[in-house]
Design a binder for this molecule. Structure first.
Ligand code: HGY
Ligand code: MN
Ligand code: MN
Length: 410
């Protein structure tokens, strides 16, 4: 029996075909969660999973599983995958490399006619990005008991469309229960989305954990008025307060000795007119650190800054923390398995912690978990120009295949 080998050309043909779904003219993709483009991507995943002989199941959150029988049908499966929803005008690699890489690993086993002891399951999680429906990692979050199904179904996008209705509309509100079940372990291959692997000139990282993070929604309510005759001391300008808070976010991240990162990424101004003082501004704050106490302190501090900014400008405000996920180290034996797999493959590697959130954050709460990173050129992600060298993706897939085989033999 031949040793299973990754077929980089087959994988690349698939990846290029997949990149055409929801392609943007600047080389990215626009496949936000539960959009028609996301449905087309899902349909392709289901078709390719079936072609690879996998038994496909869709659960209540639209998570797509493809199961490959093992010699020991009752053994807890090895689960591996990622997500295929994208940012608005995002990159082609984020998430997709992990789903199609997992499929390629299965195809390599099929070609070599290898039956693993444990069953294998490949997965494409719903709503990982959290840009259309917050919070992110919603599909894996319900699967790992971090959110209940009703809460998820009620999440609304900016047009007031509900997650549950949109899931039904695209035909992916499955019957399988979306709840924790026994898994032997979980692996996720993903682009690093940062600069370190490229700076080190390395093709692979064993991921030792993921930053914890908080997502917050803030609304300032001031008073629209004429930009001309309204004296400055009579103004209640919601955008000036927003700018103050944004500066505070940046100042907090400059605090000595922490790895805190902070972003004000989404800002909606009303009425958003050149000659009208902004009345309402709704914006988001995203804080992350590998130390939960640092995120807690930042969330506390920014709430004080929001209250002060509102008071200075004479505004009302609303504050909601829409999501909080704790930093967690991954399972040491899964990390070691990734390291051993890299050594078996014969590639250089390092160890990293992820600043980006992943479905693995939540899987790590119900099963031993680790991740495999491959480099992001110029550290770019969440941008159409996101790029990873194909040979690095092939190397990462070879490491994934080895790690999965090793755990499936336990
Ligand atoms: O926000 C994140 O880190 C991920 O892209 N959902
Ligand atoms: Mn991702
Ligand atoms: Mn992402």
């Amino acid at each position: 029996m031949a040793d299973p080998t990754v077929d980089g050309e087959r994988f690349r043909r698939r990846f290029d075909e997949f990149s055409d779904i929801g392609a943007t003219e600047n080389g990215g993709v626009n496949r936000p969660s539960l959009s028609d483009e996301n449905k087309a991507a899902r349909d392709t995943v289901v078709e390719w999973f079936r072609e690879a002989g996998l038994a496909v199941t869709v659960d209540e959150m639209g998570n797509i599983f493809g199961r490959r029988a093992g010699a020991n049908p009752d053994a807890d499966p090895v689960l591996f995958g990622s997500h295929v929803d994208s940012q608005y005008n995002g990159g082609r690699y984020d998430g997709v490399v992990g789903v199609l890489g997992a499929l390629e690993a299965v195809e390599a086993l099929n070609d070599a006619d290898v039956t693993t002891d444990r069953p294998l399951e490949v997965v494409a999680w719903s709503n990982e990005e959290g840009v259309r429906f917050q919070p992110d990692m919603l599909g894996s979050g319900v699967f790992c008991d971090q959110f209940d199904l009703e809460y998820a179904y009620e999440r609304e996008d900016k047009d007031g469309k509900r997650f549950g209705e949109e899931l039904e509309r695209i035909g992916y509100k499955g019957d399988a229960p979306c709840e924790p079940r026994d898994l032997h372990c979980y692996f996720e291959m993903h682009v690093e989305q940062g600069p370190f692997l490229e700076q080190e000139g390395l093709p692979v990282a064993a991921v030792e954990g993921v930053f914890g993070f908080s997502w917050m929604n803030v609304t300032f309510e001031g008073q629209a008025n004429h930009a001309g005759p309204t004296p400055m001391d009579m103004r209640h300008d919601a955008f000036v307060a927003t700018a103050d808070v944004t500066r505070s976010v940046r100042r907090l991240t400059a605090t000595e000795g922490t790895d805190l990162v902070g972003t004000v990424g989404s800002v909606d101004v009303w009425p958003n007119a050149i000659n009208v003082i902004p009345e309402t501004v709704e914006f988001t704050v995203d804080f992350r650190s590998y130390d939960d106490a640092v995120v807690d302190a930042a969330v506390e501090q920014i709430q004080r800054e929001i209250a002060h900014a509102a008071e200075r400008e004479g505004l009302e405000y609303e504050f909601e923390e829409i999501m909080r996920v704790d930093a967690d180290p991954f399972d040491q034996s899964c990390i070691d398995t990734v390291v051993d797999a890299a050594e078996t493959v014969g590639c250089e590697y390092t160890r990293l912690v992820s600043g980006a959130g992943h479905d693995a954050n939540y899987l790590n709460k119900i099963a031993p978990t680790s991740m495999i990173f491959v480099p992001s050129v110029d550290g770019i992600s969440h941008r159409e120009s996101e790029f990873t060298e194909w040979e690095d993706i092939v190397t990462g897939t070879e490491v994934l295949l080895e790690a999965v085989r090793s755990k499936a033999a336990e």
